[in-house]
Design a protein around this ligand. Structure first.
Ligand SMILES: NC(=O)c1ccc[n+]([C@@H]2O[C@H](COP(=O)([O-])OP(=O)(O)OC[C@H]3O[C@@H](n4cnc5c(N)ncnc54)[C@H](OP(=O)(O)O)[C@@H]3O)[C@@H](O)[C@H]2O)c1
Length: 312
């Protein structure tokens, strides 16, 4: 019998307690799932399904674990854990991806169409400003992974002029893709809208600084559903105040929840959303977890393994 430790808060367990056993059964895996802080005989646990906000932080006792399967796409809270010597997989989930595409497209279209000029308008002023077509709007997407590529595909389908950037070169249909340490300069040059879908690593921290912001088109919009530390907050506020950036829609922050007194809350050119751009969806994510466990039991390579050196 395969032993699985479900190491996550009770709210997650409530979400997964039915769908995960069903997904495992559908994958042909016979397993016992335990939702406890520390199980008996931890050395015989085969898999750990992990939410980084769980209370488990010492993986040392799990000497027999074949995989730690993260429930989140982002792994910055666990990848540096020195007790974690087992392989680590991040979450790539259709539901999570679909949600991110919808959120990004919605916020890109808000700014592209200038919706704010009409929503809530009560002054009786008839002001017919026709927005440009998407083909004349340049969008830069930094990060061309599972989420970035899906967002690009949706933006390309709407005919936006899309540029992208990743560490290694990625062929993304309809996207002018750049790569390498300096590739971001070409991706963001003259962009009207910047979408951040990079992971948080030492290399990506503060990548959105005064220099990068100065390369965008004047009045550009910054949309960040990636991670808060990608942005130098002071540089962003300075660029907003100077008019170089017209608006920032931010879903993620250095400190979450964003403290009540943070300048982003009160800034007229900032929209704060409370880390809801997307979420792992238990029904689809359970199938991903089950498939990785099936692979482990069959001796097949795991999906979505994290590269410890790269940090994502
Ligand atoms: N706000 C939310 O609700 C929410 C929800 C889910 C995820 N997220 C965030 O979204 C991030 C992206 O998720 P994902 O699943 O798309 O990740 P992913 O598949 O690992 O893709 C990451 C992308 O970033 C690129 N990258 C990483 N480091 C880089 C560097 N130093 N220079 C250039 N490119 C670099 C990677 O390049 P390569 O292609 O060359 O590897 C890859 O294209 C997550 O890490 C998480 O922080 C947020």
């Amino acid at each position: 019998m395969t032993r699985i430790l479900f190491s996550a808060p009770k709210t997650d367990w409530d979400d997964y307690r039915e769908v995960l056993p069903a997904a495992l059964a559908a994958a042909g895996v016979t397993a016992e799932i335990e939702h406890v802080l520390m199980p008996d005989a931890p050395e015989t646990v085969d898999y750990i399904v992990y939410n980084p906000s769980s209370r488990l932080s010492d993986f040392t006792p799990f000497t027999g674990a074949k995989l730690v399967q993260n429930l989140w796409a982002g792994v910055e809270q666990v990848v540096g854990n020195r007790t974690l010597t087992q392989p680590l997989a991040r979450m790539v989930d259709d539901g999570l991806t679909e949600g991110m595409v919808e959120w990004c497209v919605g916020h890109v279209l808000r700014h592209h169409l200038g919706m704010d000029a009409q929503i809530g308008r009560t002054d009786g002023v008839w002001d017919p400003v026709v927005p440009p077509l998407a083909r004349d709007r340049r969008v830069a997407v930094l990060g061309l992974g599972a989420l970035g590529q899906a967002v690009c595909a949706a933006l390309v389908a709407l005919r936006f002029d899309v540029r992208g950037w990743s560490r290694s070169h990625r062929e993304v249909p309809g996207v002018a893709a750049f790569s390498g340490a300096e590739g971001w300069r070409k991706a963001v040059a003259g962009a009207d809208i910047l979408v951040l879908l990079l992971p948080q690593t030492p290399e990506t921290e503060n990548i959105v600084d005064a220099t990068l912001l100065s390369l965008l088109a004047q009045g550009a919009v910054v949309i960040n559903p990636g991670r808060g530390p990608l942005i130098n907050d002071d540089a962003l506020i300075a660029a907003l105040d100077a008019g170089q950036v017209g608006h920032a829609t931010l879903d993620v922050f250095r400190e979450e929840p964003l403290p009540a007194g943070h300048p982003f809350w009160a800034h007229a050119k900032v929209t704060v959303t409370p880390h809801i751009a997307s979420a792992t969806r238990p029904a689809t994510a359970a199938r991903v977890v089950a498939e990785n466990i099936r692979r482990g039991e069959a001796g097949e390579p795991f999906l979505h393994l994290v590269d410890r050196d790269k940090g994502y």
